[in-house]
Structure formats: C-alpha cells, structure tokens
Design a protein around this ligand. Structure first.
Ligand SMILES: N[C@@H](CCC(=O)N[C@@H](CS)C(=O)NCC(=O)O)C(=O)O
Ligand SMILES: *[C@@H]1O[C@H](CO)[C@@H](O)[C@H](O)[C@H]1NC(C)=O
Length: 305
C-alpha cells in the first residue's frame, strides 16, 4: 500500500471513530446526529480528494509494448468523455486508426490534467503533445493533404477553440449552470459540496486567465464570435479543411461535441443548433463516422451499473 493510501485509511478510521462516538444516541438528538454525519462525510470527501491529488502518477506494472492506454473521465449518459480534450484525443485515435485501451479513473497525468496516456511504460500529458508524439511513433499524418497555409489556419483554429472558446464552456458548465453538474456527472448529492469548492478554484482560474474578468454578456459575445467564425469557415464543407477530416477536426469536434451533447441547456447550444446549424451537422457527421459505439458507451455510464 502506498504511503498516502495508508494515511487516508488512518484518517478515515479516526473519522469513523469520531462519528461513532458523536452519533451515540445517548448523547445526540437525531437531528444533530444527521448534521454531524453530514459534516464528517464532507471532511472525509475533502481529505479523499486532497490525498488523491498528491498521488504521483502510477503506471501499470505490465503493459503491451506499443499499446496506448488512454486515461480520462469515464463515459456518462450525455457523452463518452466529459472533457473536451478527452473527446479530442479519443477522436484523433479513431481517425488515425490507433487502437487504445481506455483506463477510466480519477488519476491525473504527469501535468496534473486529463487526458493523458501511458505508452511503453511512460506517462505522457497534454492532448496536443500526445498527438505529436503518436504521429511520430506511429507514422501518422492526418494533415498530409494540407498546404502550409492550410496548416497555419488549422493551427489558429485549434488554438482559438482550446485557449479561448474552451473557457466559455468551462464558465457555462461550472459557474452559470452549476446546479446541472450533479446530473451531468451522475454523482450523489453530497458530492456537490465537494464540487462547490472546485467551482471556487475554477473561478480563480478564469480570473487568472483573464476571461473571468468579463461580465456574462461580454463573455458570451466573445464565445459567440468564436463559434460563428468556425461556422462561417466551415460553410457547406463536410470537414473544416475540405472533404476529408484532418487533425484540426479532432480538436474542434472535441470542444463542440461537449456543447452539442453535454451543455444542452445553454446559449452555446442555442448557437450551434439554431444560429449555426452547420456546426451541429458537422458534429453529427464526425459522431456517425467515428463513434459508432457512442450509444453503447454512454449507456454503460455508471448510473446504469
Ligand atoms: N492542454 C491540455 C488541457 C487539458 C485540460 O485542461 N484538462 C482539464 C479538464 S477539461 C483538467 O484536467 N483540468 C484539471 C485542472 O486544471 O486541475 C490538453 O490539451 O490536454
Ligand atoms: C496538423 O495540424 C495541426 C493543427 O490543426 C497542428 O497542430 C499539427 O502539428 C499538424 N500535424 C502535422 C503532423 O503536421
């Protein structure tokens, strides 16, 4: 057992003992007991999340050489992966025909984020760097057909959606539609207390990024311009750069798929369905081509297990 796991277990045992003493019916009223149990649960959950975060990246003891082990959040009802960068990386793996094994869990990668992969006994983080690595390793180039100018445009769109539009999604999900997270994440009610502290951190991050300093209307205007730019550039083409998908489609689909299927009650969703229906059609096209197992994955979400 690792040191922090032992630590956590010790704290949990102490916690249990405290709760047991405090909830002795001779000492406490039923109402007080419930209150004590609820706060103990909260403390436990916070401890659990802190200890979890300190874990160093744990690698598999055994692996198949050349195999991609994909780490991200497990599928939920709404979408196979609740992080846009996970949807991006998984879509890329499917476009490039690279087999992978999903490893669903809470563990974060070497950069403290998800998604990440294990490959030949090494952990690699950041969807963009992972794609570059796998391109080299597997001899893949989804941009083959593109001119240098097209590649430059692809790069610009990739960075726009990931460094700007993404934050509109984050704000919408974590700040403006926070109460819907329980259903989206499919978690019990008390986890919402924990998520409330994550929400505080998300607020700080948005502020540090700068985008959190806009009021709601200004920010929504900025994100709307991003989505309309994608829509106008896509026009009537099946994929962003033409008739066939390229790397930028994985990145753009990664973000838009969340808006289409996992942020459905939002101005973002209204834009991609009502104002820019070619974006919804584009997402359906990529889903139909690369995600034939979509329903199977989302049906297996933990709510139904
Ligand atoms: N540049 C990274 C971004 C990944 C990212 O931002 N992941 C988020 C989830 S959507 C995350 O893990 N955030 C956790 C944190 O920031 O603590 C990539 O392309 O993989
Ligand atoms: C393909 O284009 C993307 C931009 O969408 C860029 O980030 C990536 O480095 C390019 N890959 C190759 C192999 O040219």
């Amino acid at each position: 057992m690792s040191e922090s796991a032992g630590h956590a277990e010790g704290s949990l045992a102490a916690l249990y003992e405290t709760v047991r003493l405090l909830t002795d019916p001779g000492q406490l009223s039923a109402g007080q007991a419930v209150l004590v149990a609820a706060s103990a649960l909260l403390v436990g959950a916070v401890l659990w999340s802190c200890c979890g975060r300190q874990n160093k990246v744990k690698l598999r003891a055994e692996f198949t050489p050349g195999k991609v082990y994909f780490h991200a959040a497990p599928p939920v009802k709404a979408i196979p992966c609740l992080t846009p960068f996970g949807m991006k990386l998984e879509t890329y793996l499917r476009m490039a025909d690279i087999p992978y094994e999903p490893m669903y869990g809470r563990s974060r990668g070497p950069k403290g984020k998800i998604p990440w992969i294990e490959y030949n006994g090494e952990a690699k983080g950041d969807s963009g760097l992972i794609i570059e690595f796998l391109n080299r390793e597997k001899g893949v180039d989804l941009n083959q057909s593109l001119s240098e100018a097209d590649k430059a445009v692809s790069r610009a769109f990739t960075k726009m959606v990931e460094e700007n539009t993404y934050w509109g999604l984050v704000r919408n999900r974590w700040i403006d539609n926070f109460d819907q997270l329980q259903e989206l994440f499919e978690v019990p009610w008390f986890v919402m207390f924990l998520l409330r502290s994550v929400r505080g951190k998300v607020k700080q991050t948005l502020w540090a990024h700068g985008i959190g300093r806009h009021d709601k209307d200004d920010l929504e205007g900025i994100i709307e311009k991003d989505l309309k730019a994608i829509s106008r550039f896509l026009g009537a083409k099946p994929y962003l750069m033409g008739d066939e998908p390229t790397e930028v489609d994985a990145a753009v689909f990664g973000q838009l798929s969340e808006i289409c299927w996992a942020n459905s009650d939002s101005y973002l969703h209204r834009i991609v369905t009502v104002d820019c229906p070619n974006l919804q059609a584009y997402c359906n096209r990529i889903k139909d081509r690369y995600w034939l197992d979509w329903d199977q994955l989302t049906k297996k979400s933990k709510k139904d297990q």
